[in-house]
Design a binder for this molecule. Structure first.
Ligand SMILES: Nc1ncnc2c1ncn2[C@@H]1O[C@H](COP(=O)(O)OP(=O)(O)OP(=O)(O)O)[C@@H](O)[C@H]1O
Length: 249
């Protein structure tokens, strides 16, 4: 194995999954650098969501490897992968509507930490500090005591990102984070992702090309389970193969 490849945060190599003989992901390889923000784009059915399902252990690979910080994820269970530092947000927000913003973040914090009774007081102070800091990052400082059910769709998306962030994952995976958001909310989400990548690597699936251009370091274009093109947004936008199967439609 190429020694240089050990510097990647995530190395996906030869990844394949067959559903009844249909290869949804087919010999796929890509590499993420630490603190990079990568966007996967591609037509419907290209296999984008399945890639995230494979990385987080929801779907088992038929072949190939996913190495993350020296660990082989294809052999691990979902909760072990979360514990190893991979956070995944699905397309629809799944916050606890009856709990306040504070409580939603608090619950997530406790999931990411070992509870030690003897340190209860210190832990409480640490929780409050972590919750307040994350709330500020996700633009929800003024809503801390509101039930999450009263938030706008966009604010719920941010809260769910915050619920992942508070568990301090090294890799954050987001499936269409700006779907259903207003233009103003999309701009703020781009801002949020730029702040997040100071400390985390982010892998995003997105269709909104304006948003992709605003956030991506590099773009991977998928088609029929394979990488069709990869590079800067300018590079992939001008690639005739990408125009033919995706952008030209
Ligand atoms: N569990 C499964 N069993 C059978 N087929 C599946 C399964 N999961 C995904 N597929 C198929 O694999 C293909 C890729 O699906 P996937 O959802 O990954 O595409 P996508 O690129 O995310 O598309 P979209 O942009 O529409 O979300 C599709 O044809 C889908 O029907």
């Amino acid at each position: 194995m190429n020694a240089q490849k050990e510097n990647f945060l995530l190395a996906v190599e030869g990844l394949t999954v067959s559903f009844d003989g249909f290869k949804a992901v087919d010999d796929l390889s890509f590499y993420l650098d630490p603190k990079e923000i990568r966007v996967i784009i591609g037509p419907n059915g290209a296999g984008k969501t399945t890639v995230l399902d494979l990385i987080c252990g929801k779907t088992r690979a038929t072949a190939g490897s996913i190495r993350f910080g020296g660990k082989e994820l294809t052999k691990m269970k979902e909760h072990q992968i979360v514990h190893a530092g991979v956070g995944r947000k699905f397309q629809n927000p799944s916050v606890f509507e009856d709990l306040t913003v504070f409580e939603n973040l608090e619950v997530s914090y406790s999931q990411g930490h070992t509870v030690m009774g003897a340190l209860a007081f210190k832990r409480d102070a640490a929780v409050v500090e972590a919750v307040e800091s994350i709330a500020e990052t996700i633009f929800l400082s003024d809503q801390l005591n509101e039930p999450a059910g009263l938030l706008s769709h966009g604010q719920k998306q941010w809260l769910e990102i915050g619920m992942l962030l508070i568990q301090k994952p090294d890799l954050l995976m987001l499936d269409e984070p700006v779907a259903g958001m207003s233009v103003a909310e999309r701009k703020k989400t781009a801002e949020l992702l730029r702040v997040i990548t100071r400390d985390h690597t982010v892998l995003v699936i997105e269709h909104d090309m304006q948003f992709v251009g605003d956030i991506a370091d590099r773009v991977t274009v998928m088609h029929q389970g394979k990488v069709l093109s990869e590079g800067s947004i300018e590079h992939v936008k001008q690639d005739p193969k990408v125009i033919e199967v995706y952008l030209g439609h």
